[in-house]
Design a protein around this ligand. Structure first.
Ligand SMILES: Nc1ncnc2c1ncn2[C@@H]1O[C@H](COP(=O)(O)OP(=O)(O)OP(=O)(O)O)[C@@H](O)[C@H]1O
Ligand SMILES: [Mg+2]
Length: 274
């Protein structure tokens, strides 16, 4: 039986990156699959407001998005969809302006609707866009727990550094976790993390923690073509083992009572008065 969670204990994690195409959406969907298999109630917020593709990766076809709540007559329950494994998805909307540009009334409308509906979610994963646009920064700041995806490509590392730099120097965010994706092996992953950590510490006075790594595995791209997660299609693959370990580590941290977020706090941040 599912353990009752304490009120206000929702883990809110943004999965983000400086460079595009580093595997955010696949990591979000595969982690969500793992969490759902562990009996957790998990929701993905597709926060890539212009090019969201969580639904594509999960083989879902959402009819509505946040703009239908904001401008139409839909309730949140009408726009949130569930895949057959119980993963809830809040679809992206290319139809709404940057969230920071919403009016106070619009923010209040969304706030109240979100707050009621989401109180029993255990984990909210936010799949952000790439780069340093205001929307990416906005969702990351609201989430509090930020996981930056990096691959061994030098451009991905320099772009991750640029994102961390903006978030720390302009917005005072000092804690980030790093996930190495498409790694050859654990040694390579840890080496890149260490290098990035030294530079971030020296020049930005920011502490990076190592969340884990996902091996390069062609089964991930094969699964995208099939519009299912690698976890579901290739549970014995090398990437699946990494996704499972990462999910387990994230949950263990949660169950130690460490870094649980508060959904109301998240939505307050997201829709706060500017
Ligand atoms: N561990 C991996 N091994 C091999 N291929 C991978 C791995 N992770 C992701 N990929 C592939 O990399 C490509 C980009 O992945 P994905 O769409 O998840 O990245 P993204 O960071 O969400 O991109 P965007 O910035 O455009 O939103 C996909 O084709 C995916 O199959
Ligand atoms: Mg993506």
């Amino acid at each position: 039986m599912r353990k009752r969670k304490q009120p206000n204990q929702t883990k809110i994690i943004s999965i983000t990156s400086g460079k595009g195409g580093v595997g955010k959406t696949n990591i979000v969907c595969n982690l969500a699959y793992c969490f759902a298999s562990m009996g957790k109630k998990v929701m993905i917020m597709d926060a890539d407001l212009s090019l969201g593709n969580v639904s594509v990766v999960l083989g879902l076809a959402p009819k509505y998005n946040i703009s239908n709540v904001l401008y139409g007559d839909k309730q949140l329950k009408d726009i949130i969809i569930s895949d057959k494994n119980g993963i809830l998805v809040l679809p992206a909307s290319s139809g709404i302006p940057e969230l920071s540009n919403l009016t106070e009334t619009q923010k209040m409308t969304l706030m109240s609707r979100f707050g009621d509906f989401l109180s029993d979610i255990d984990i909210l994963l936010i799949d952000t866009g790439a780069g340093i646009s205001s929307n990416v920064i906005y969702f990351n700041l609201a989430a509090g727990e930020i996981m930056v995806i990096v691959t061994p490509e030098p451009t991905s590392i320099t772009d991750a550094y640029a994102l961390i730099k903006v978030m720390s120097t302009k917005h005072g965010q000092k804690n980030f976790s790093i996930i190495l994706n498409m790694a050859k092996n654990e040694k390579e992953a840890k080496g890149i993390y260490k290098h990035l950590g030294i530079v971030a510490d020296k020049f930005l006075k920011v502490s990076l923690s190592y969340a884990g790594f996902i091996l390069y595995d062609e089964n991930v791209s094969k699964s995208v073509i099939m519009q299912k997660t690698a976890m579901e299609l290739y549970p014995e693959s090398k990437s699946a083992a990494c996704f499972k370990k990462l999910a387990y580590d994230i949950i263990s941290q949660d169950e130690d009572g460490y870094s649980s977020g508060n959904l109301q706090f998240f939505f307050n941040n997201l829709f706060k008065k500017s």
